[in-house]
Design a protein around this ligand. Structure first.
Ligand code: FAD
Ligand code: FES
Length: 259
């Protein structure tokens, strides 16, 4: 883990309250793996909780990018960061996704949850794993993020929106269920990888355990220290309480206990 002084090289709004932020931080970019997160010190914040956790959207060529939604004080303050500013970034943090997959890799994301899935898709592709499908869900089409980036990787993309403004009208699990049925009828194997809101994660985890397949679920819990010291980010598992920032954020589907 490094506490790096990272130079901001890009920061732009991508619509609907989402922003794309890129840091130059070469040593960390090499060390990060998909599903890990960085803990970013928000310069304008003066309270004791100065950092905010973000999944890594990509890490390559000495740069680390994150895709974030402005939801409160910390992320609003982060909006004012400009290119050439230097920001403290702690990372790599947490346990990410496995980098090998048997059968079709089915990636399921909602909102900013697509961020670690993009990094994963790129790394799986680069390692020669060609069979990758991504399922992106949102309330409206504005919440369907990074669709072009996934398509540019050569990944098959399925979209779903609650209001039907793009893709299938309904939940992201609707096209996922059709695809699960197709793969199973063809005698194929698959693994599920998910990041997004809790109800979606639970639905994906239950599909993994229900079909006896591997599922890797990235949990989003409120964090303070990000390094295992404060126990703010507890996730119930079959082995007891786990710290999302250290034992997670990616857990095996069968290990998670849902409330
Ligand atoms: C491992 C991990 C990876 C994450 N990756 C991303 C990412 O890639 N992009 C992104 O936009 N966000 C991500 N988040 C969530 C992000 O850290 C929070 O949205 C952010 O910390 C909120 O800070 P704030 O001060 O703006 O909001 P606050 O003022 O602290 O809270 C505003 C609202 O957001 C809610 N909130 C706070 N923290 C979280 C959280 N962790 N999850 C869900 N709701 C929260 C609060 O309950 C409140 O309703 C991630 C969180 C974790 C734990
Ligand atoms: S955030 Fe402090 S233990 Fe996880």
């Amino acid at each position: 883990m490094q506490d790096a002084s990272a130079r901001v090289v890009e920061h732009r709004e991508i619509g609907a309250g989402y922003r794309f932020l890129v840091f130059e931080v070469p040593e960390m970019a090499v060390a990060l793996t998909p599903g890990q997160f960085v803990h970013v010190k928000v310069p304008a914040l003066e309270s004791s909780a100065l950092r905010r956790p973000f999944s890594v959207f990509d890490a390559a060529d000495g740069k680390v990018s994150v895709l974030y939604k402005t939801v409160g004080r910390g992320t609003a303050a982060l909006n004012s960061v400009k290119p050439s500013d230097v920001v403290s970034v702690l990372g790599p943090l947490g346990h990410g996704f496995p980098l090998k997959c048997e059968g079709t890799a089915l990636l399921v994301g909602g909102g900013y949850g697509v961020a670690p899935l993009h990094f994963l898709a790129r790394v799986l592709k680069a390692s020669g794993h060609g069979d990758i499908e991504v399922f992106i869900g949102g309330r409206t089409k504005d919440d369907l993020l990074a669709v072009d980036r996934f398509r540019a990787l050569g990944v098959k993309v399925f979209l779903a929106t609650n209001d039907g403004s793009e893709g299938v009208k309904g939940l992201v699990t609707d096209p996922l269920d059709d695809e699960l049925q197709r793969i199973r009828e063809a005698g194929g194997r698959f693994e599920l990888f998910a990041c997004g809101p809790d109800p979606m994660l639970k639905a994906v985890a239950l599909r993994a355990t229900g079909t006896g397949s591997r599922g890797w679920i990235s949990m989003d819990r409120h964090m303070i220290c990000g390094v295992g010291a404060c126990y703010a980010c507890i996730q119930k598992t079959v082995r007891g309480n786990s710290r999302c920032c250290v034992e997670g954020p990616v857990f095996r589907a069968e290990d998670l206990v849902w409330e």
